[in-house]
Design a protein around this ligand. Sequence first.
Ligand SMILES: NC(=O)c1ccc[n+]([C@@H]2O[C@H](COP(=O)([O-])OP(=O)(O)OC[C@H]3O[C@@H](n4cnc5c(N)ncnc54)[C@H](O)[C@@H]3O)[C@@H](O)[C@H]2O)c1
Length: 264
Amino acid sequence: MLSKPGINSILSRFSLDSQVAVVTGGAQGLGYAMAEALCSAGLKGIAVLDINESSGAFAAQALHLNYGTEASFFKADVTDEPSLKAVFAAVDAKFGGIDILVCSAGVVENYSAEEYPYMRFQRVVNINLSGSFLCAQAVFPYMCNRGSGSIIFIGSMSGSIVNWPQCQIAYNASKAGVIHMMKSFAVEWAKYNIRCNSISPGYMHTSLIEFADKDLIRKWLEATPMKRMGEPEELQGVVLWLASKASSYTTGADIAIDGGYTSL
Ligand SMILES: NC(=O)c1ccc[n+]([C@@H]2O[C@H](COP(=O)([O-])OP(=O)(O)OC[C@H]3O[C@@H](n4cnc5c(N)ncnc54)[C@H](O)[C@@H]3O)[C@@H](O)[C@H]2O)c1
């Protein structure tokens, strides 16, 4: 039963009081901005998982200093199944449970389809798609124990449209896979009260798109109804909504945050 209607009870459903979150790729960019949003809503603990040790440790420290949340960094490669399982066990042991998982770790590469080296193609799919799968599988026992959980995958508008003029077939395919995989998780795990959703950003200001020169960015903006790129903070509202009870009947949803790009 939801609490009685009224603005205060609605706002209280956004609270993450006493909850524990894991954010992969949380060292920087969108992952860090989403970690900030979760901490600001009263999390008890947050685990930043990233392959980058120095910026990951710095991020955890900054989250603790700025929000008072107990924050720890765990070095993790999302493609390394055995060590990933050990990391999730260590997070559970440290914080006494896991309620929220945000899978933000990801990479992009630009090769034309005919020249894409297979090893490079596999790397992108392994990190973006298989890495998200492995993290969700690794968190499952802890959410199952709790009897609830919210998993938020980071897809991309590239999962539903083909970006142009840059070539990125592996990225586009991996993100389409993330969105459809999210729906499969949502259907299979509804019986465990584990909700699974994805956020699909458009072009956002992070180091992921630093390969783009002015000319490419101009082309992107021409194709974006809002005529600007997004800022990492512009994912904070949606991640909080999906992580919290405010979205209690939402599972299997992909939310586009793209300045209208995919509406064209
Ligand atoms: N920036 C954009 O325009 C944009 C648009 C749509 C979707 N996305 C998605 O958002 C997510 C975050 O991207 P971002 O823009 O913050 O990029 P970013 O490069 O700033 O951050 C990505 C993080 O993932 C980490 N990472 C990479 N490989 C890893 C691995 N194997 N194991 C663990 N961590 C790993 C990196 O160290 C980094 O901290 C990605 O999944 C990306 O595909 C980004």
